[in-house]
Design a protein around this ligand. Structure first.
Ligand SMILES: [Zn+2]
Ligand SMILES: [Zn+2]
Length: 374
């Protein structure tokens, strides 16, 4: 299947701002989240597609590169979920890709030295947390599987007590030069050495623990501190918790992508919590004091007399902590006045009496007719 355009995946124009991209991502991530679509392979695929598109378009550098090269970026491949083995780590993180590419290394030779130290691959974990957890922050244990340096051989791949030898074919450079005769003359080509697969060294007695690869797959449990105020699309980075580097290179990073699950009755808008409060027409007319649920338990809210449906009250400091900066958002309570249905005869009579004594001011009536019949 051909890869879809990232902008198309998120349904945003190429000129979209970061905010628009975030908004589109949040909506789609929620829609296709695996927790909300159990057993749906389609949703799972969509979720992955959406995340991948967001990953690229939310990062200024990666987006610029995507705009330039599309899916055929010659320097991509650093961000892998593993499985790529040694090669995946060759270019290291995004910063490295960027530099090595523009550093002029593009062409006949690989920019990074293939036999030298290379940074480990970055890893990615998706976790979902409850609405309240996003407000309070939490510590969560996560399980990851990553390639680590084999401790038996310290990553060399050679059996303990033995050493990897310099490759006799390429003399340790990992590359061989070949002269090729063509009708246009002789060409020199540089190829990866077949004997050592570009490693520059040969292991004669492979380490029994890692079968000579120098790396082993390990499951690790890590504690992650998720700060209060995160939202869907927030990305945490745990420095150095990615895969081990190659030949003494630094490890990659672990990225944790957060999805916040929807709440039964709260909604979120930036750092504010939105809540809809239903009250009766009598309470709206007479005013009342009500208990309103907030992120920190019930709190009193005074509804003044004569409150109209759709009025919003602000409960200061009852929202989400601001992820950057201090303070908290508010809780916005929007009143919905509920017109009663199924009245008893007695209630109907009381309302009828009330109707006699109430009259809508003439001014408002005029305004209404002007609007409608002009
Ligand atoms: Zn080993
Ligand atoms: Zn070699």
């Amino acid at each position: 299947m051909a890869k879809r355009d990232y902008y198309e995946v998120l349904g945003v124009p190429k000129t979209a701002t970061l905010d628009e991209i975030k908004k589109a991502y949040k909506k789609l991530a929620k829609q296709y989240h695996p927790d909300l679509n159990p057993d749906s392979k389609t949703a799972e695929d969509k979720f992955k597609e959406v995340n991948e598109a967001y990953e690229t378009l939310s990062d200024e550098n990666m987006r610029a590169r995507y705009d330039q090269f599309g899916h055929n970026d010659p320097g991509s491949g650093g961000f892998g979920g593993g499985g790529g083995g040694f090669d995946a780590g060759q270019f290291g993180g995004f910063g490295d890709i960027f530099e090595s590419f523009f550093g002029g290394g593009f062409g006949g030779q690989t920019a990074a030295n293939p036999t030298g130290p290379a940074r480990g691959s970055d890893l990615r974990v998706d976790i979902s947390i409850a609405f309240e957890e996003a407000a309070k922050g939490l510590e969560r244990e996560i399980k990851i599987v990553r390639m680590e340096n084999c401790t038996s051989c310290n990553g060399s791949g050679a059996a303990p007590g033995t050493q990897a030898k310099r490759c006799p074919t390429c003399g340790g450079s990992g590359k061989v030069r070949m002269a090729q005769n063509t009708p246009f003359g002789q060409f020199q080509t540089v190829r990866t050495c077949n004997t050592c697969k570009g490693e520059g060294t040969i292991v004669e007695r492979p380490c029994p623990t890692c079968s000579g690869s120098g790396r082993v797959r390990r499951e690790r449990t890590l504690k992650v501190n998720i700060p209060a105020g995160v939202e869907t699309g927030s990305r945490l980075r745990m420095s150095g918790e990615g895969e081990s580097g190659h030949k003494g290179g630094p490890p990659g990073d672990l990225y944790i992508y957060i999805s916040v699950l929807p709440h039964k009755f709260f909604k979120r808008q930036e750092d504010d919590v939105l809540y809809e409060l239903s009250i009766s027409i009598t309470k709206a007319a007479l005013g009342c004091e009500v208990e309103v649920p907030t992120l920190e338990g019930d709190a009193k809210l005074t509804i003044p007399e004569g409150t109209q449906s759709g009025t919003t009250f602000r409960m200061r400091g009852r929202g989400f902590p601001k992820l950057r900066g201090r303070g908290k958002g508010d809780q916005k309570v929007t009143v919905k006045v509920v017109v009663p249905t199924r009245l008893t005869e007695e209630q109907k009579q009381i309302l009828a009496q009330l109707d006699h004594s109430l009259s809508v001011p003439q001014e408002e009536k005029k305004g209404f007719f002007n609007k409608v019949f002009k």
